[in-house]
Ligand binder design. Structure first.
Ligand code: PGA
Length: 255
């Protein structure tokens, strides 16, 4: 059984001013100081990145962006590039979140270009995939995921993808309080891992971390994380408070 260090990532979405973000980050540093068996990442808004980087300096918490543009610079008003994220202190970046796909025209092609930009800049992509409720109900879950994963990772070499993180986030479970039950999540995580094995290699499939996202809370985290192919969580709502996020980070203690 391969061992993969769990990654617990917080997606702060469009919440928190700079002051609020720094306060949460500072509180979090203290609360997770002993959690040495998990990796931790938070993704504040762009405006708070540099200040949160300072608040996290010397801690075990990594910093991530919530999106990036595929070009490194240019006349693209309102966009932020991979080198800009790196210079603000990021080591990770969330790519293809369903809210980007739903509201901002993100496609599998643009996701692929963004993953390319992240890897070229040395950022760890947290590549999000997931089906909608209608797709699940019409039995398309696996075909949708197959397409998202294959197109998102098209054209990459095995070596480039070392360190890749995938987040399975069923759209119907995001911010709704509905969580995929752990068997449903495990089934999809297994499917994604097998896709990576078929398209790349068994070693990459065993190494890639597949996070679950969608209404992860302190009271369901340990249960989800106990499944063989669930290697961590991408947490939205419950990551906004240091107290609840740190309870998820410390999920092993509730086992
Ligand atoms: P949620 O969000 O935990 O609030 O459901 C998860 C996400 O969108 O990453």
């Amino acid at each position: 059984m391969p061992t993969r260090t769990p990654l617990i990532a917080g997606n702060w979405k469009m919440y928190k001013t700079v002051t609020e973000a720094v306060a949460t980050a500072t509180e979090l540093v203290g609360r997770v100081a002993d959690a040495d068996d998990v990796e931790i990442m938070v993704a504040p808004s762009f405006t708070a990145l540099a200040a949160v980087a300072s608040a996290l300096a010397g801690s075990r918490i990594a910093l991530g962006g919530q999106n990036l543009h595929w070009e490194s610079e240019g006349a693209f008003t309102g966009e932020v590039s991979a080198p800009m994220l790196v210079s603000a202190g990021c080591s990770h970046v969330i790519i293809g979140h369903s809210e980007r796909r739903q509201y901002f025209g993100e496609t599998d092609e643009t996701v692929n270009r963004r993953i390319r930009a992240a890897l070229d800049a040395g950022l760890v992509p947290v590549f999000c995939v997931g089906e909608t409720e209608a797709q699940r109900e019409s039995g398309e879950t696996f075909s949708v995921l197959d397409k998202q994963v294959q197109m998102g990772l098209e054209g990459f070499s095995l070596n480039e993808l070392t360190g890749l993180v995938i987040a399975y986030e069923p759209v119907w479970a995001i911010g709704t309080g509905k969580t995929a039950n752990r068997e449903q999540a495990q089934e999809v995580h297994r499917f994604i891992r097998e896709l990576i094995e078929e398209s790349f290699s068994i070693d990459l499939a065993n190494a890639v971390r597949i996070l679950y996202g969608g209404s992860v809370k302190p009271d369901n985290a340990a249960d989800l994380m106990a499944m063989d192919d669930i290697d961590g969580a991408l947490v939205g709502g419950a990551s906004l408070k240091a107290e609840t996020f740190s309870q998820i980070v410390n999920f092993k203690r509730s086992l």
